[in-house]
Ligand binder design. Structure first.
Ligand code: GLV
Length: 334
């Protein structure tokens, strides 16, 4: 039997790529930058499967060009770059890589939180650029306490909960906002479910962990930022468009909040002239929250496992659109 054809839009870690190459007829886009949309469309024409990254727009235009496409296996937990509704209509299976990146991503939310609250990046620059002329001063680079403060988790799914667990070690009061009640979190950590406005009013640190959807686009806008304490920090390592970046800049510039830690932006890569990058009370990173050697390898392995399961006629373990199985049952595909 002919091997299924797979197009992989970037060099993913070897642990997954090796499996894919062994099992499928594989082509990989080997440049560091993503393939342009027309390349994805061109490649999709002739393949049974795509391996995509969150920076690849996989929409109706791609699906229309790809009569043989059966599955898109995405190397990420978030899949807002994929038009899942359009995929489901056409009987195309979509998978992601949840779970394996939870702790790594939660670690990084904390890295941003601690860096901005204790001014780590500013302090590093201060020393390196020769500004450290006085050995010690009582008011040098003062930040804000983390221990014992209140953290507000916006979206208490897997990653939000992992962030909350770390907060327990810092003896923090934990508030969360979620569309569903997380009773385990309440029992285990004493977390309290509140509405978004209360969370914003009462938290010293607001950490965002919702997926990007129509309902969460600009969830944090000018009006919401106004509710936050002047001494509070906003952390976002979920998706950039959850925060209205222009409103965030204004809030920071006008001293309405104390600082922000951002791993994600409305447009990625964010342009070098993004005004947020001029502010010392903003710590930034280039969307690397899941970027550990261990986690990225596990993610790549999951990408491969989802493909292998599918082409063996089994339900992929991380199917995000299970309703597709009614549109095109597995028995009709393989
Ligand atoms: C990264 O942002 C992911 O969704 O995995």
């Amino acid at each position: 039997m002919q091997k299924p054809k797979v197009y992989v839009t970037r060099e993913i870690p070897e642990r997954g790529l090796k499996i894919i190459k062994e099992r499928f007829e594989t082509e990989v886009w080997s440049e560091y930058a993503p393939p342009p949309k027309n390349v994805i469309i061109e490649k999709a024409r002739n393949v049974d499967a795509l391996v995509s990254l969150l920076s690849d727009k996989i929409d109706a235009e791609v699906f229309d060009a790809a009569p043989k496409l059966k599955i898109v296996s995405q190397l990420a937990v978030g899949f807002d770059n994929i038009d899942v509704t359009e995929a489901t209509k056409r009987g195309i299976y979509i998978t992601n890589t949840p779970g394996v990146l939870t702790e790594t991503t939660a670690d990084f939310a904390w890295a941003l939180l601690m860096a901005v609250a204790r001014r780590v990046v500013e302090a590093d620059k201060y020393v390196r650029t020769g500004q450290w002329k006085v050995g010690w001063h009582p008011s040098m680079l003062l930040g804000r306490d983390i221990y014992g403060a209140t953290i507000g988790i916006v979206g208490a799914g897997r990653i939000g909960q992992a962030v909350a667990r770390r907060a327990k070690g810092f003896n923090m009061k934990i508030l969360y906002y979620d569309v569903i009640s997380r009773t385990e979190l309440e029992k285990e950590l004493g977390a309290k479910r509140v509405d978004l406005d209360t969370l914003l009013r009462e938290s010293d640190f607001v950490s965002i962990h919702v997926p990007l959807m129509k309902e969460t686009h600009h969830l944090i806008n000018a009006e919401k930022l106004k509710l936050m304490k002047k001494t509070a920090y906003l952390i976002n390592n979920a998706r950039g468009p959850v925060v209205d970046e222009k409103a965030l800049y204004e809030a920071l510039e006008e001293g309405k909040i104390a600082g922000a830690g951002l791993d994600v932006f409305e447009k990625e890569p964010t342009p070098a002239d993004n005004p947020l990058l001029k502010l010392d009370n903003v710590v930034v990173a280039p969307h690397i929250s899941s970027a550990s050697h261990e986690t990225r390898s596990k993610m790549a392995e999951m990408v491969a496992e989802n493909l292998v399961a599918f082409f063996e006629g089994r339900q992929p373990p991380n199917l995000v659109n299970p309703e597709v199985m009614k549109v095109k049952p597995l028995s009709k595909i393989i």
